[in-house]
Design a protein around this ligand. Structure first.
Ligand code: FAD
Ligand code: NAD
Length: 476
């Protein structure tokens, strides 16, 4: 065999590309996975944005900061008395770094143990079966594949009114790396990153102001849930200013002044650090040669069909670089689907049943349609809700804020959407995802036994409540 010829070449080793490589190898195909990730110190590691600068480091800091915050504000309610709670941010950041290192090395080991040839360098698609790889020293070589999977991910979107500036104005990656807790932190964008990272630093002591251009808070979330999240986060001290359009920034020696307009009136906000998190854009810089033949849409996403095929029959694209929500698990499922399709097996992604989680406190999760979407579709529907206040496990955890909301079709009882705000909402949503994936009806959920006392009983009760039959609810 030609040493530069593979059945499958994957460009990108994030949560879309590395599982695609592993599944293709499991299917008996020869695979090369090319990745150019660069850490701040110039070193390389696998796992892309998710492991190095996204999902994992943010969740590690969310966990640590929540422990710190709860130990200061809630432990005494449990009768746990700690004289003085201190913060060692250096230890917290080092722990995060260790976890990221362990997990990224784990990916390298997985690629190796599955026989995937991991190649460090930049991949450039020459045509439907050829990729030019440039390594860190600038050395080039051609590799050939019967099939090529593009999994090059996304980058933070820039905001011309607030250009990044050293450690003063940073993107989401920069905001995961602060070495001191900023006294005053400004955040532009109250999307998922803004709320998660705003929460981290607010819990650690920053006074956080979030400026959001839209008038609606979390417009993609069901309205009842979004209202509850808004109330909870404001109660914790996050200052979320809606309808606030940023018009400029002025850099001081150690601070930043942000100018923004609300209702036609200009305001100034002085902060010690500013995070810009106004969304991400698909990343295809330097990816395509003249004869690549792959098409992009007007927002820069690679055009694909439902099976992630591009216009070139041998080239596929998956993850953040194609349409759909920018979520790690969505990219992973696409990668597995494509690797199976290439091997001649069945493969499909349920695009209507993708769970989303926001890891604030309380957590937020959902799957399927919001009530507003169901209403707009004209389907006759019913709604069941259940508050965590009436759930004994949530009560014992002292985490009884929030609710479960379930929306189902009147005619066939089909579950159309489930929305949760409350403790471990990100774990609880898995049951709803499975129920929807198996086309379970509300009655199936109602007749399913749930262990007591568990948080999952709240979903059970919400299903019962859709027919007015919740057991632990007054005025059902
Ligand atoms: P990426 O993870 O971006 O990986 C792409 C890889 O391809 C990178 O290593 C890149 O260097 C490499 N690459 C790009 N171009 C080339 C090239 N030409 N040649 C070689 N290599 C190339 N999602 C969740 O589901 N849950 C979360 O909790 C979550 N938290 C997040 C928190 C933050 C702060 C951020 C920023 C994102 C978060 N996300 C989360 C989103 C998640 O990180 C992305 O959806 C996911 O990483 C996309 O995976 P991907 O494989 O498509 O791309
Ligand atoms: P986002 O799209 O979630 O939110 C960006 C926010 O910025 C929006 O509310 C938008 O209205 C606002 N905005 C845009 N321009 C603005 C301006 N000029 N001034 C003020 N506000 C402005 O994007 P994000 O928070 O940057 O996250 C990027 C992606 O990463 C998302 O697609 C998300 O799915 C993914 N992510 C997921 C998780 C998770 O799954 N828990 C966590 C973090 C990130």
């Amino acid at each position: 065999m030609n040493e530069n010829k593979y059945d499958v070449i994957v460009i990108g080793a994030g949560p879309a590309g590395y599982p695609a490589s592993i599944r293709a190898a499991q299917n008996g195909l020869t695979v090369a996975c090319i990745d150019e990730w660069k850490n701040r110190d110039g070193s390389h590691s696998y796992g892309g944005t998710c492991l190095n600068a996204g999902c994992i480091p943010s969740k590690v800091l969310l966990e640590s900061s929540e422990l710190y915050f709860r130990s200061k504000s809630e432990f005494k309610e449990h009768g746990v008395v700690i004289d003085k709670v201190g913060l060692d941010l250096g230890v917290m950041q080092a722990r995060k770094g260790n976890i990221v290192r362990q997990l990224t090395r784990g990916i390298e080991a997985l690629l190796k143990s599955n026989g995937v040839e991991a190649i460090r360098g930049h991949g450039h698609l020459i045509d439907g079966t050829t990729v030019e790889v440039t390594d860190a020293e600038g050395k080039r070589k051609m590799v050939h594949g019967d099939n090529i999977i593009l999994a090059t991910g996304s980058m933070p979107m820039a905001l011309p009114e607030a250009p990044l500036h050293n450690s003063l104005v940073v993107d989401s990656w920069g905001a995961l790396e602060f070495e001191e807790v900023p006294e005053r932190l400004g955040v532009i964008g109250s999307g998922v990153v803004g709320l998660e990272l705003g929460s981290v630093w607010q819990r650690l002591g920053s006074k956080v102001v979030i400026l959001e251009a839209l008038g609606d808070f979390l417009p993609m979330v069901d309205l009842d849930v979004a209202r509850e999240v808004h109330r909870s986060l404001r109660g914790q001290g996050l200052d979320i200013r809606l309808d606030a359009r940023v018009t400029g920034t002025a850099i001081g020696e150690n601070d930043v002044t942000v100018t923004y307009i609300v209702d036609g009136e200009s305001h100034n906000l002085e902060v010690d650090r500013l995070v810009v998190c106004v969304g991400r854009r698909p990343f295809t810089d330097g990816l395509f040669g003249e004869n690549a033949g792959v098409e992009l849409d007007n927002r820069g996403f690679i055009c694909v069909d439902n099976s992630c095929r591009t216009a070139v029959p041998t080239v596929w694209a998956i993850g953040d670089v194609v349409r759909g929500p920018m979520l790690a698990h969505k990219g992973t499922e696409e990668g597995v689907m494509v690797a199976d399709l290439i091997a001649g097996k069945f493969g499909e992604v349920s695009y209507k049943i993708i769970p989303s989680v926001i890891y604030t406190s309380p957590e937020v999760s959902w799957v399927g349609e919001t009530e507003a979407e169901v209403k707009a579709s004209g389907i006759a529907y019913k709604v069941g809700t259940f508050p965590f206040l009436a759930n004994s496990r949530a009560k014992s955890m002292d985490q009884s804020k929030g609710l479960v909301k379930l929306i189902a079709a009147q005619d066939d009882n089909g579950i159309l959407g489930v929305h949760i705000v409350g403790p471990l909402a990100g774990e609880l949503i898995a049951e709803a995802v499975l129920a929807m994936e198996f086309s379970a009806s509300v009655e199936d959920l109602q007749r399913t036994m749930h262990a007591h006392p568990t948080l999952s009983e709240a979903l059970h009760e919400a299903a019962l409540s859709a027919d007015g039959n919740a057991i632990h609810m007054i005025n059902n």
